[in-house]
Design a protein around this ligand. Sequence first.
Ligand code: F6R
Length: 717
Amino acid sequence: MCGIVGYIGTQAATEILLAGLEKLEYRGYDSAGIATVLEGDIHCVRAKGKLYNLREKLQREVNPATIGIGHTRWATHGKPEEYNAHPHTDTAKRIAVVQNGIIENYRELREELKAKGHEFRSDTDTEVIPHLIAELMAQQAQQAAATAQPFPFLEAVRQAVTKTGTDTELIPQLIAELIGQQVHNSASTPQQFPFLEAVRQAVTKAGTDTELIPQLMAEVMAQQIQNSAVTSQHSPFLEVVRQAVNKLEGAFAIAVICADYPDELIVARQQAPLTIGFGQGEFFCASDTPALVPHTRAVLTLENGELARMTPIGVEVYNFAGDRLKKSPRTLSWNPVQVEKQGFKHFMLKEIYEQPGVVRACLEAYLNADWNADSDRSPIKLNLPASLYENLEHVQILACGTSWHAGLVGKYLLEQLAGIPTIVQYASEFRYAPAPLTANTLTIGVTQSGETADTLAALAMESQRRASQPPQFQTRLLGITNRPESTLGTMVPQIIETHAGIEIGVAATKTFVAQLMAFYCLALDLAYRRQTVSAIRLEQILIGLRQLPAQIELILESQERYIEHLTHDFAETKDFIFLGRGINFPIALEGALKLKEISYIHAEGYPAGEMKHGPIALLDAKVPVVAIAMPGTVYEKVLSNAQEAKARDSRLIGVTPMNDPEAAETFDDLLPVPAVEELLSPILTVIPLQLLAYHIAALRGLDVDQPRNLAKSVTVE
Ligand code: F6R
């Protein structure tokens, strides 16, 4: 939900900000804008629609500014129009702000600020922030004026004439003396000019090579920053932003610049992601790391309740109370290539093709390579503490969207393999109608981004609800995520990292398959510990799991061209039905979700047995039915449910085992996958459905990676 970026350094900021926004466009893409400090003023350019509209506007100008902020928007408050696009400025246009999140108390603040004469120009919640900062800045200036003696000459005259018994002739002499004293008392050491002092120390260091001077200066400056003020008050700009964020309620990440402080960029985080990137004499900030990796891999993710002052010489981090915090950057392991399309037409297609590698990475990370049925330890190494599993009686899974579908497969595995009663709830529903408390319960939050507001809030609510309960009801939290550095990562004590690598396409593909892998590992680990499955059976399942990457490769090789060709028949189709049963029912839901979100075709997923209880009324020759029919407990049942659809003239498409004559007879079109056992089949059956959705959307010329109205990371309720 919205992407924010910022830059401060020595290069022209505009192109860096635009390139950063391009990497974050998956977060929102209904308008965009950037603001820089140019020749003592805020220079703000915004455009409705996708980023290329902004780029086109900016092409007409030359802007050498070396500080700036940028934003790509997913509208929450106010229509996606240019006047609602970020950055937003105060009445005098001296302060510019970009925000990701929602300011919940914006109405009260807006009224207060309007009453004080601030002029609002948008319908957004964000606009209160620059006005609030301007208001606090004005108050700060007033206070400073009241305490300081800003007119030294006047002060000298005042002191001279009030000196008792002063001869009039002596007054000029006295004034001169007092001015001399003022000068003497004021800046008399170079330390008051930190930059000058750094140069002085660097050049006076004996035997210094000229080349080393910049490095030496940087060291001295870093030291200066560490030794200097330990509160936010030494920077008036930082101090007013700090005061402002303390007045905001909600979940937000902001970046702020001010024309009167051209060397400072202030950022703050409260429940919305924000990461700072450390370059050589330049610093970056962004809502997500893909915008940072082309410049640096040294990053620092702010925690909730933290703000940072970025200057061309360094970064200082503070808490919202204003205390300086000691923080060090960490090094990201992935490289810029991972956020490029690498020859694929869309990120989604590239990510579909990355799935064999993702499954391999999970197997490598979580399977004990030398395990066999005679081993006396678990085949799985999740490194989770024994306390998480102790006396486990229930599991509850909280998630949204595709992650919720992964949770449904997880429920099947946990119940069928490990025998643990499991419920799966939409996080957005659970928040307001939680299931009654059960003892010895493991709560699993599933979110690829680790930032989904509903999932995080549901987990927080669950922890709070259990905190005052007896020991057996205490919360046991586990997160399944692709982004361990996310908010989820800081919120839950235990994580299963899904190793999918960054996913850019808004429609989740490889992260879904990776979440399924996490559930296979968890269910097998629990099955081993609870002895609900024999060692021989475990070994069989593990052999099957190891074959999956090559089997996905086979589907991609043998199916993609065919599916691309098949989609031409659906150029005009308006509705699709997806059917599945048992462990493949969630895959039917996922197939329908993929299709509707990127092709905008209405699609519904149903348990195949439910068709005759209503939805069958929808069927006719214009409504194709995709049925997942894999050998196992429900194979024959799905085939007969499919026949019922055929009898209503629907075109029948089957995701079936390769070389299956019965399936070939039943279906009009086949999307065959290797014949694996039912338990493992979801990892394979989802692949043709992803390709089907992708090619229908691509054929329709739609923006596959950034479908309308959607965003990759849903950080609002
Ligand atoms: C669908 C999709 C969404 C997400 C949902 C939850 O392709 O991507 O339905 O699955 O918004 O997102 P995460 O997993 O980040 O919590």
